[in-house]
Design a binder for this molecule. Structure first.
Ligand SMILES: C[S@@+](CC[C@H](N)C(=O)[O-])C[C@H]1O[C@@H](n2cnc3c(N)ncnc32)[C@H](O)[C@@H]1O
Length: 195
């Protein structure tokens, strides 16, 4: 990996997505989390301060060692176990039906094989468990879609694999999931269930 991808992208993402900018979208997503939580794209741990007491532990899936190291203070302050369990949400080494909540904040846009990651979420969630998500998604105008597709090759390289041309809601529907959208401006946010 390049210096850009390994060192600068995680730091830039942490700054761009700092709590003072993103808390209003993180809060409703994290508020729904309970029990044993798997977080796809844990980053620098910005969601930890928003988890309710009902969360007993967080299992982090994060490929960036820089981001993981930078989360050390947030992990220490969380006061409950936070364990790095893998580096790819599309290949989880976790038992079937062993998780209460899967959380993903601005990560479904970046995971290389999103259908496989959603299949992993379905597999590890216990019956009644749910996935909580906030994301950007493909624009809703033909012009916007054309622009997103045009900039994607450059944007993807600059932004650590982020896809601005990915129709995330369509991929969720293709995964056989039920998507309940919560009202938000600017981003899409909601709950995914498979039962
Ligand atoms: C835009 S950042 C969001 C970080 C964090 N969730 C937040 O809300 O601040 C996307 C994160 O997804 C991680 N990521 C990239 N590919 C991944 C994959 N295949 N599985 C899990 N996480 C991945 C990146 O390293 C990065 O930390």
């Amino acid at each position: 990996m390049t210096v850009w991808g390994e060192h600068l992208v995680p730091v830039a993402a942490e700054w761009l997505m700092r709590d003072s900018v993103t808390a209003r979208w993180r809060r409703p997503v994290c508020a729904e989390a309970v029990g044993r939580v798997v977080e796809f794209g844990f980053g620098a741990g910005a969601n930890l301060v928003h988890y309710p007491d009902a969360v007993s532990e967080v299992l982090a899936v994060e490929p960036s060692r820089v981001a993981w190291q930078r989360s050390s203070q947030a992990r220490a302050q969380f006061g409950r176990p936070v364990t790095l369990v893998g580096d790819d949400a599309a290949a989880l080494d976790l038992d079937d039906a062993s998780i209460d909540t899967v959380v993903s904040t601005w990560t479904l846009c970046t995971i290389g094989d999103l259908p496989a990651a959603l299949d992993q979420a379905r597999r590890v969630l216990r019956p009644g468990g749910a996935m909580q998500v906030v994301e950007h998604t493909i624009p809703d105008t033909a012009f916007g879609v054309g622009l997103a597709k045009a900039v994607q090759p450059v944007w993807g390289r600059l932004a650590g694999g982020c896809h601005v041309d990915r129709d995330i809601e369509a991929i969720i529907a293709d995964a056989g999931a039920r998507w309940t959208r919560r009202p938000t401006s600017r981003f899409i946010s909601g709950t995914i269930r498979w039962d």
